[in-house]
Design a protein around this ligand. Sequence first.
Ligand SMILES: Cc1cc2nc3c(=O)[nH]c(=O)nc-3n(C[C@H](O)[C@H](O)[C@H](O)COP(=O)(O)O)c2cc1C
Length: 192
Amino acid sequence: MKLKVIAVNGSARGSAGNTAAAIMVVKKMLERSGDINCSVIHLKDKHVNPCNGCLACKEKNECIQDDDMNGIYRMAQDADAIILASPTYFSNVTSRMQMFIERCGILARANGDTLKGKLGASITVARRAGENFVYAALNYFFGIAQMPIVTSSYWNNILAGAPGETKDDEEGIEVLKQLGKNLEAILRKLNK
Ligand SMILES: Cc1cc2nc3c(=O)[nH]c(=O)nc-3n(C[C@H](O)[C@H](O)[C@H](O)COP(=O)(O)O)c2cc1C
């Protein structure tokens, strides 16, 4: 049976942006042996509202809001690892990613830490600065969800401003490749 990874992309540019390109570097590493599947979810193409704080999801394991979140949450529960990837927007995650974190986080928390034990890995993209705060924000999600965090040889950031610029950050590409290798190795160890 294939191991499943989902990568959630918080970029406003969706599949055309630098965050999508960064995810592709990790996805390629993960999928090179054929027994790991990495599905990419571009939040730009999904309808995800903010959390309304009602906690009606408690013990129901689904949200009462009629948008795409329940579908994404089902994919998250079915996955062996979750990658959260966000561009840096004013030294923070994008609003799309924050909405995902709030919605998915409360669904998992209110229903007995349903994502516990799955691996987590973050990817950040910045034109110039602020990415460490994004890295922390994404990893805080994994921390409270009881998801062990997979790291790389440096903090998992790539420098890119205009679409297509990820290829110019050679060191960033290597860091992401190493992240893919580390995630693959740990997934395999846990699923022997
Ligand atoms: C609203 C907005 C805020 C941004 N804030 C930052 C920032 O604080 N630091 C930075 O280095 N880049 C910042 N950027 C640049 C993006 O992080 C950069 O262009 C990135 O490559 C976008 O990723 P994407 O192509 O996947 O959307 C900002 C871009 C936008 C649109």
